[in-house]
Design a protein around this ligand. Structure first.
Ligand code: NAD
Length: 489
């Protein structure tokens, strides 16, 4: 038996299911990048809103890469299980807000038509940092990016997120349809502004008039999203099947905590987000910096150093008191770089993060978080380092995490085994590492010269010396010992 509309009433009684008639729901949102995170975060908010009667806000989910999500969800009428795990056990709930899935490479015209449909009022995104086809340090469109080059040649059969957005907006402009609002939910600095810059720059390569229309008419509110959603494993599928008494090929597993803060700029309309616990604000920047520099920064630090030290998951690394103390130090060092609204308690926020990282029921792999470091370092670690240098403060805590990333991208672990480094510029990083050799004095300066990641910070002598010293320590005693011995200046 498999999860589907027809089998919903055969689920055990305690399992929550859509509290609305799915056939009454019409789509209002197209989501690009229907991965695990979207299905455990925004789609749950929409599921809550549909239960409150917001029937025009169903989701059409698109994959810009793999057909795996569609292939798993279509036989299930796009239903899937949300498994919320804590020390106290697991709560299962069936989510019904995704109405349809589209695989963009197979059907680019169908996706563009859906996005251009006047019923679509929001296009949201979780296409990962690299999906923006930008230079992560400067936040500008990378005009040499193979997908961007392709999309300029094939504007009606694009591959990239900016390519699809601009194709659909061009269609709407020509038809005199109001533009949709673009809602980035990726972990980028100033995600709305960044999305706007990239989309407008791409549009300008097609038509200056179109770019001007986007500049003037399209809203790109920034958002802060927070919920830890590890990749689903076979073991997760088995435990969900046992709880459901039927198969679900595509469940998502997450923690109890969830947060979504959104700038309230939706000229084409929006659902009543507040009714589902979303915070609407006029400027999300301080919250976004707080999350990137405390949560994501310490997550990345634990990922690189933890992976090198042999910890498979974040929770495992957190069982080592020195790793936990080091993660707390990353947060403490980032705190002075933040300008928070009055009443924000950063100490309490940090304590809650450490508790969430320690959730033993979540198997969030260090390897997964370590992915795409070239796209993540600037907003998570480097921006805070830059601010600390400006303030005359030491940067050795963050430097150890950056050194961990450098050691990691050599693609050789401490025992000489291969590391499966996933990153859009993995080959380039490996080539730099190979030619420098395992020598901190050569490797650190060579990697700091990658300006798409480090920008001008790479040339700062204090940066060079702190990172080189930390990398030397990693080569000398290994990650576990380096974290054991680490004491902030
Ligand atoms: P996932 O691997 O489950 O899904 C990623 C999605 O992005 C897939 O639909 C994939 O097709 C698409 N994608 C990948 N590369 C792309 C590219 N180059 N162009 C366009 N689309 C591309 O990952 P996820 O857990 O859903 O996370 C996605 C993003 O959500 C993260 O990168 C992050 O920005 C944000 N996020 C995730 C979490 C989390 O805990 N998982 C928390 C906060 C924010």
């Amino acid at each position: 038996l498999r999860l589907s509309n027809a089998s919903l009433d055969r689920l055990p009684g305690q399992i929550r299911r859509p509290a609305y008639n799915r056939s009454d729901i019409r789509p209002g949102i197209v989501h690009l990048g229907i991965g695990a995170f979207h299905r455990a975060h925004q789609a749950v908010v929409i599921d809550d809103l549909l239960a409150q009667g917001a029937s025009g806000w169903g989701i059409v989910g698109a994959s810009l890469r793999s057909p795996d999500t569609r292939d798993a969800l279509i036989p299930q009428d796009c239903l899937y299980t949300l498994a919320v795990r804590s020390g106290a056990g697991t709560e299962h709930r069936i989510i019904g807000s995704v109405l349809e899935t589209i695989v963009a490479p197979a059907n680019p015209a169908v996706l563009i038509a859906r996005m251009a449909d006047p019923a679509t009022r929001i296009v949201s995104l979780t296409v990962t940092e690299k999906g923006y086809c930008h230079t992560p340090q400067a936040g500008e469109l990378d005009e040499q990016h193979p997908d961007i080059v392709h999309d300029l040649q094939h504007p009606d059969a694009p591959r990239s997120a900016p390519g699809f957005i601009v194709a659909a907006l061009a269609r709407r402009q020509a038809a005199g349809t109001v533009p949709f609002t673009i809602l980035s939910c990726d972990n980028l600095a100033a995600n709305g502004h960044t999305a706007k810059r990239i989309v407008t720059q791409f549009a300008a390569l097609r038509s200056r008039e179109l770019a001007r229309w986007i500049e003037d008419e399209v809203a790109f509110p920034s958002t802060m999203v927070d919920r830890i959603v590890p990749e689903t494993t076979e073991a997760d599928r088995a435990s969900v099947a046992a709880a459901l008494g039927m198969t679900d090929a595509w469940p998502v597993v997450t923690e109890p905590f969830t947060q979504w803060i959104v700038e309230d700029r939706f000229p084409a309309g929006r659902p009543d987000f507040v009714a589902a616990g979303v915070q609407l604000v006029s400027d999300v920047t301080p919250f976004e910096h707080m999350k990137l520099r405390l949560l994501n920064a310490s997550h990345s630090a634990l990922a690189y150093l933890g992976y090198l030290a042999g910890f498979e998951t974040i929770a495992a690394a957190m069982t080592d008191a020195r790793f936990a103390a080091y993660a707390r130090q990353v947060m403490e060092d980032a705190a002075p770089t933040l300008e928070m609204p009055a009443g924000t308690d950063l100490a309490a926020y940090s304590v809650s993060l450490l508790q969430r990282f320690s959730n033993p029921a979540l198997h969030h792999r260090t390897w997964q978080i370590a992915m795409d470091g070239s796209q993540k370092l600037p907003q998570r670690l480097l921006a805070a380092m830059q601010d600390r240098l400006r303030m005359g403060l030491p940067i050795d805590t963050h430097a150890l995490a950056v050194a961990g990333w450098m050691r990691y991208v050599t693609a050789r672990d401490e025992a000489g085994g291969a590391i499966d480094v996933r990153d859009p510029i993995a080959a380039k990083l490996k080539a730099i590492a190979d030619s420098a050799g395992p020598v901190a004095d050569r490797l650190a300066p060579a990697l700091l010269e990658v300006s798409s990641i480090f920008g001008t910070l790479g040339g700062d002598t204090r940066m060079r010396s702190a990172v080189t010293q930390a990398l030397a320590k990693l080569y000398e005693v290994g990650a576990r010992q380096a974290v054991q011995e680490f004491r902030p200046v």
